[in-house]
Design a protein around this ligand. Structure first.
Ligand code: AHR
Length: 499
């Protein structure tokens, strides 16, 4: 049995949690939109064609913000194709995923659906094949009340009130050679700066994220962020980060420790952003938008060049295990530990495509294993993140070096008065006792402990067994003289709530 301990004190706040940390992402890719969120003719479909069974799961998951419409898709997208009468919308080649885009779902339908599931949109504009004009027209279409060409067109299309999208991404992964309209840092930075200025002229209240590196192994990582921010610092609010993890071979210890890498990634982008701020002599801080993150078994994806012009093809429909769910839970802990600078997070993606929710055409929808730590963190990970320093044993991993076997974060819910701790035990064999020193809170007495843990770390949920993996309530937690203790099973994610 391992032993770890931590003192938790409400007098040590790190930052309030921005609920937008619990966002997700809908891309026109594979079956995320078509036969994912939208499937007219399905037995659960509402009159607008969107599946209510999927919408119910989206509400349960708790995603206050949803990024749209890509991803790589956006870099070749003509948003005007997706408005107006459906029968007149063009079928197009989507060059990003070598698929057919029918445009039966577009901006209007998506924004309508986003409001129905209780979320707000984070819209991305195309800075691959398009630029300033298309972007500023889109802001006029979605955010301007009336009396102009684009706002009146929206009204004529049946949407009298402007949905008023607040959050916008200036393109997607423009550093990637695979991207349609790939650019150098300078080319992208200048375009992003001028697009940002024009979009803000249409609506000064919007928030903008500049595209950071596609991932931290890009050869231009760091230099890209620095050059982009040097040109855009005054006109953007966020720099974006993307990060996907997978297990290689049987090296599960390294996979379980990937949040250590995620921590370093976040901290290096913060350092780069602050370096540029210092160089420019600005007091303003650029915050981080982790607008694509998840577990993704990229080694199983044959690559976009091998795809074949399908309509809603099955693309990267990864099935997530207990182990994957624990890693997802740990990545959320990492985001929370950086809540002072990471304000937006988008679990990529929402349905079918590397997603917490799966659906079958004409069939059921169900929760993947990774759904559960996300839904619980989104629901209970509210309030203020506290600064803590956990004392835990470490173990050696091949890819991550020496890492603590236990990672955790604590939040104080000022309204409810309680404390919530999210923790992972990365050891595959031994349980770990976590001792909590809660004396600074005075009145806390007892709590609950819910965990994702299983004797089979490869167990998954399927259409036939949709609840094979789900959270279990473990022994309740007693607080005696301000101290409590919980036993974290081997290879587990836990939520401990003390009231
Ligand atoms: O989420 C899948 C893809 O991953 C996105 O389209 C792209 O932005 C990233 O590389």
């Amino acid at each position: 049995m391992h032993h770890a301990s931590v003192a938790i004190d409400p007098a040590l706040p790190l930052a309030p949690v921005d609920p937008r940390l619990y966002g997700s992402f809908v891309e026109h890719m594979g079956r995320c939109v078509y036969t994912g969120i939208y499937e007219p003719g399905h037995s659960s479909a509402a009159p607008d064609g969107f599946r209510t069974d999927v919408a119910d799961l989206v509400r349960e998951l708790g995603v206050p913000v949803i990024r749209y419409p890509g991803g790589n898709f956006v870099s070749g997208y003509t948003w005007e194709d997706g408005i107006g009468p459906r029968s007149q919308r063009p079928r197009r080649l989507d060059l990003a995923w070598r698929s057919i885009e029918t445009n039966q779902v577009g901006v209007d339908e998506f924004l309508d659906w986003t409001a129905q599931v209780g979320s707000q949109a984070m819209m991305a504009v195309n800075l691959g094949t398009r630029g300033v004009d298309a972007a500023r027209n889109l802001v006029e279409y979605t955010n301007h009340p009336a009396g102009t060409y684009w706002s009146d067109l929206r009204r004529a299309n049946g949407y009298p009130d402007p949905p008023s999208v607040r959050l916008w991404c200036l393109g997607n992964e423009m550093d990637g050679p695979w991207q349609i309209g790939h650019k150098t840092a300078y080319e992208y930075a200048r375009l992003a700066a001028e697009t940002a200025k024009a979009m803000r002229r249409v609506d000064p209240s919007i928030e903008l994220a500049a595209a950071g590196s596609s991932h931290q192994r890009m050869p231009t990582f760091g230099a890209w962020e620095a050059e982009v921010l040097e040109h855009t610092y005054d006109v953007v609010d966020y720099i974006s980060l993307h990060s996907y993890y997978e297990q290689f071979g049987d090296d599960r210890d390294s996979f379980l420790a990937r949040a250590a890498d995620f921590d370093r990634f976040i901290e290096s982008v913060v350092a780069t952003a602050d370096h540029v701020g210092a160089k420019l002599g600005r007091t303003k801080k650029i915050n981080l938008s982790m607008d694509e993150w998840n577990v993704w078994y990229q080694q199983r994806f044959p690559g976009e060049d091998n795809l074949d012009w399908g309509e809603a093809p099955r693309l990267i429909e990864d099935t997530y295990s207990v182990t994957d769910a624990v890693v997802v839970g740990n990545l959320l802990i990492s985001l929370l530990k950086h809540a002072d600078r990471v304000k937006i997070g988008c679990l990529a993606q929402l349905v079918n495509v590397i997603a917490p929710i799966r659906s079958e055409p004409g069939g059921p929808a169900w929760r993947q294993a990774s759904f559960h730590p996300f839904a619980l963190t989104s629901r209970y990970g509210r309030g203020t993140v506290l600064r803590t320093a956990v004392t835990a044993p470490t173990h050696e991993t091949a890819a991550q070096g020496d890492v603590p076997i236990l990672d955790m974060v604590a939040l104080h819910d000022e309204e409810g008065g309680g404390v919530t701790v999210f923790a992972v035990n990365r050891d595959q064999r031994q349980p770990a006792t976590l001792d909590l020193d809660l004396r600074a809170f005075g009145a806390l007495t007892a709590g609950e402990h819910t965990a994702i843990a299983d004797e089979d770390p490869d167990a998954v949920n399927t259409a036939d067994r949709p609840d094979r993996v789900r959270p279990h309530r473990l022994d309740d937690v007693k607080v005696t003289d301000g101290r409590a203790s919980a036993v974290l099973p081997p290879l587990s994610w836990s939520m401990i709530r003390v009231m």
